[in-house]
Design a protein around this ligand. Structure first.
Ligand SMILES: NC(=O)c1ccc[n+]([C@@H]2O[C@H](COP(=O)([O-])OP(=O)(O)OC[C@H]3O[C@@H](n4cnc5c(N)ncnc54)[C@H](O)[C@@H]3O)[C@@H](O)[C@H]2O)c1
Length: 323
């Protein structure tokens, strides 16, 4: 199948590209390289079934020009939580990018898989989070919610487009994906920063009291979910959680990473009050997916344990940082 992936040079996109090429598909990769890196596509670039297009998904004509013969689109290009960036980028890119991708899907009459996020559940206390559950986000005076708002809009737009025009869509809410090639900053998630600090023997900064929880999902598990959603039709018109059901506090994550690095110096933790993290910041205190629907419709669920997934991630990051 000929598959167009937006955000292909990013963390998830590059692993998805490798997996689909391995399975014999042809990949049309799209990325503006704002956050992605060509190094992530070093293996893919050797394949005759791979082509790369440096373009912005906000430019519809550029997208259309590279999409001839495309049978599936996976839309991953997006801007994440604006902790240190601008909420305007998150809102505009995640809104207009998806408008363009769905317009392209209409033009090509093809199925689209769109990345959403666990962040849409926001402060909901209905754990584990089920796809039919209510989404509870904070006030617009807290810019971090712009990310959840943008992805909620994407979900509605995609489902409304399918209802109006008939071409299929699947929405995937990812839960904390990590692994080799994650960004070496908070953009890549707390595990990326914690590994960095432990390897350097520096203090691990923990936001709040560290008792907030997350469900970390190894990249291979995230990718298995995306591949199944892309190739199968059983989740057309559906929103699915893609994530591990193992819940862990952020403090325990820091301690686990330290314990997996045998030559690490003594553990040093620093708890940073939220008001010092970012202006008007608000955190999600607990996050666990209900993975029943994903397993029922796609036959996949996360199976790599956190310890198993962190080991190759640490090894990769050590090499990357030369430490
Ligand atoms: N990594 C996670 O744990 C996680 C969790 C929830 C949701 N998601 C979603 O999954 C998707 C992929 O996330 P990721 O972690 O791989 O992020 P990433 O930042 O590594 O990848 C996104 C890619 O999109 C590209 N991009 C951004 N704006 C673009 C534009 N206007 N035009 C073209 N390319 C553009 C970036 O250069 C980058 O390569 C995103 O939609 C994100 O919101 C990720």
């Amino acid at each position: 199948m000929k598959i167009l992936i937006t955000g292909a040079a990013g963390f998830i996109g590059s692993h998805l590209t490798d997996a689909l090429l391995d399975a014999g598909h042809e990949i049309v990769a799209v990325d503006n390289l704002s956050m992605g890196r060509m190094e992530n596509l070093a293996v893919a670039e050797k394949s005759k079934n791979f082509s790369f297009n440096k373009l912005d998904v906000l430019d519809y004509d550029d997208l259309l020009a590279c999409a001839s013969g495309v049978e599936r689109i996976v839309h991953l290009a997006a801007f994440k939580i604006p902790r240190y960036g601008k909420a305007i980028d998150t809102l505009v890119i995640n809104n207009l990018g998806t408008v363009n991708v769905l317009k392209l899907a209409g033009e090509l009459d093809c199925k689209t898989v769109i990345a959403s996020t666990s962040d849409v559940y926001g402060k909901s206390s209905a754990l584990p989070f089920n796809e039919e559950g209510d989404l509870l986000i904070g006030a617009p005076s807290k810019p971090r919610w712009s990310y959840a708002v943008s992805k909620m809009y994407d979900e509605h737009l995609a489902l409304a487009s399918m209802a109006a025009y008939g071409y299929p869509v699947t929405l995937l809410r990812f839960f904390g994906s990590y692994g080799p090639r994650h960004h070496l900053s908070w953009w890549g998630g707390p595990q990326s920063v914690f590994i960095d600090k432990v390897l350097r023997g520096e203090v691990i900064p923990i936001h709040g009291d560290g008792q907030q929880t997350r469900s970390f999902t190894y990249i291979a598990d995230t990718v298995r979910g995306i591949v199944a959603a892309t190739l199968k039709d059983s989740a057309n018109g559906e929103v699915l959680n893609i994530g591990s059901t193992r819940e862990i506090t952020i403090e325990k994550l820091a301690r686990m990473i330290h314990s997996l690095i045998p030559d690490a110096p003594e553990l040093k933790l620093e708890f940073i009050p939220y008001e010092d993290v970012a202006k008007n910041y608000e955190d999600v205190m607990r996050r666990i997916p209900d993975d029943t629907k994903c397993f029922k419709l796609l036959g996949v669920r996360a199976k790599v344990s956190l310890e198993e997934g962190l080991l190759p991630t640490i090894q990769w990051q050590r090499k990357e940082l030369n430490l």
